[in-house]
Ligand binder design. Structure first.
Ligand SMILES: C[S@@+](CC[C@H](N)C(=O)[O-])C[C@H]1O[C@@H](n2cnc3c(N)ncnc32)[C@H](O)[C@@H]1O
Length: 209
């Protein structure tokens, strides 16, 4: 963690972090308005949230991440740009969804470049699985969006197959195809690193029926 990130965590967490966590998050009260809430799971250094929070000022962004240096990076940028539509939680995202998010309360859930766990024996650690699909289906509002992106094709194909069987979601693309990158998802440092290794990116945008 850089000195700047450590300082940001010390000084800015009280402003941006939801802590202590109430049993059920009163999202309207937390953000101080009734705007839609887009959750970003595993936001890394927060580039995607910072980009989208500027582009969509009438949306609230709830970022969940466990990695403190990344959180520090996001806090520095949020403060520099004076963004007031961002809150974060430092915790396990699946736990937060299960225990603290009201059913049918989120307008979108974004999962960008989740850890691919390349080795076969580690695939069970991948965050997107059948349980995750049912859980997000419960937490999204009707017509809410689940947006997944990855540069690891085998993982992207696995997730695409999972959603193909789901009765709760419809792909915005015909033929259950991958989608072009939408304007709310920027190309991040992480994605550029993949591009240098000739990795393509695969976006899946699914709508809650
Ligand atoms: C490969 S990085 C991608 C970061 C970012 N989304 C991006 O596109 O650049 C995956 C991130 O997910 C976070 N993460 C993994 N499992 C998580 C979980 N269960 N809850 C919250 N964050 C998690 C990791 O700490 C890591 O920062």
């Amino acid at each position: 963690m850089t000195t700047g990130q450590r300082k940001a965590v010390e000084q800015l967490m009280p402003q941006y972090e939801i802590d202590p966590l109430p049993d059920t998050l009163p999202l309207d009260l937390i953000f101080g308005n009734k705007n839609p809430v887009w959750m970003d799971i595993g936001f890394g250094n927060g580039e995607s949230i910072i980009h989208a929070a500027q582009r969509y000022p009438d949306v609230n962004f709830l970022g969940i991440e466990v990695h403190l240096p990344g959180i520090g990076h996001l806090l520095i940028e949020a403060k520099r740009l004076n963004l007031t539509n961002i809150k974060i939680i430092r915790n396990d995202a699946v736990d937060i969804l299960k225990k603290h998010i009201t059913d049918e309360s989120l307008a979108a859930v974004h999962v960008y470049f989740p850890d691919p766990w390349h080795k076969k024996r580690h695939h069970k650690r991948r965050i997107i699985n059948a349980d995750f699909v049912s859980l997000t289906a419960k937490k999204l509002k009707k017509n809410g969006r689940l947006h997944y992106a990855s540069d690891w094709q085998p993982y992207a194909e696995e997730v695409r197959a999972l959603f193909k069987d789901s009765l709760c979601f419809s792909n915005i693309e015909p033929n259950h195809a991958f989608a072009p990158r939408p304007d709310w998802r920027p190309i991040t440092k992480f994605e550029r690193r993949g591009q240098k290794l000739a990795h393509n990116s695969y976006d899946l945008i699914m709508i809650r029926n």
